[in-house]
Design a protein. Sequence first.
Length: 333
Amino acid sequence: MKRRKERIDRGIKARSEDIFALSSYREMFYLLVPRAIPVVGLLGVAPFLSPYWKEVFISTAVYALLAISWDLLISAGLVSLGQSLFYGIGSYVAGALNYYWGWSPLFTIPVATLVGGVLCTVMLLPVLRLRGIYFAMVTLVLPLMLMRLVEATRILGGTEGLTGLTPFPNPVTSFYIIQIALLIALFGFRRIIDSDYGLVIRGINDNDRSVMSAGINIYWYKTQILFLGASVGSFAGAFGTHVDMFAGMPGFALDYSLLPVASAVVGGMGTFAGPMIGAFILVPLSEVLRALGALRIVFYGLFLVVFIVALPEGIFPYMQRKYHQFERWVEIE
């Protein structure tokens, strides 16, 4: 007799998907726990971390923001390899406002978020009709072009960059600012994608021609998603500028483009929580392996390969499935 594995939704999952979830504390707790874990995990660990690991978690949250913004672009079919473009533009805008005009981080970060989002959207607007690898190639080339432009013209400090920028009052302040921003982006984007607006966005990703045939201007929707993703990336750059007290060409480094993509692949694309989990695995792992010197890249790459082969769907979809479903073996004739 042959057997196969069967997946079945838990009864509590079916009961908690409508208004009747409010009639039971058990079902409300079932819904609340997955949402409470990131809040408690991000905001409650600060007292238990050493100064060094606080800095690591701040850097991790920056990469997590870039990964979430990348995931938002993917939800509209925009394959981006240029998260460093968003980070670098936000970094330079905040750095210039602080260096030349003496603006406080209280003003430079919000302004750089909006201005960076607008600038990145305007730069990518002419190529918004490109799809797949062609759009990705443009987003990959643009930050490299801007890096060489700064180097050749020596604007905004040239290769030396802008130094001596205003820092945050203390590490605890910067820690909670970036963690709260990460939670807002996570829950905000999930709310957007689960709405009717998000249904259109997912439809564009699945079959843009069908959405166009319904009389919907898909390029206007893509522009909006591009602005949202670019604004989040610019916020990460502006924040990182004041943490490092420096704005320069390293803001366009490929690390800010490749690591968010790797985080999304490891954590699970299209989930927002997945890229965040991936970033909180890969960035601390990189720090742990730093003691291995040159072998660090070997073990890091080996970990990525094993993880992608073992869990091609990503960590978060796997965890989500285990939470909502159980498996059993059934006999087949």
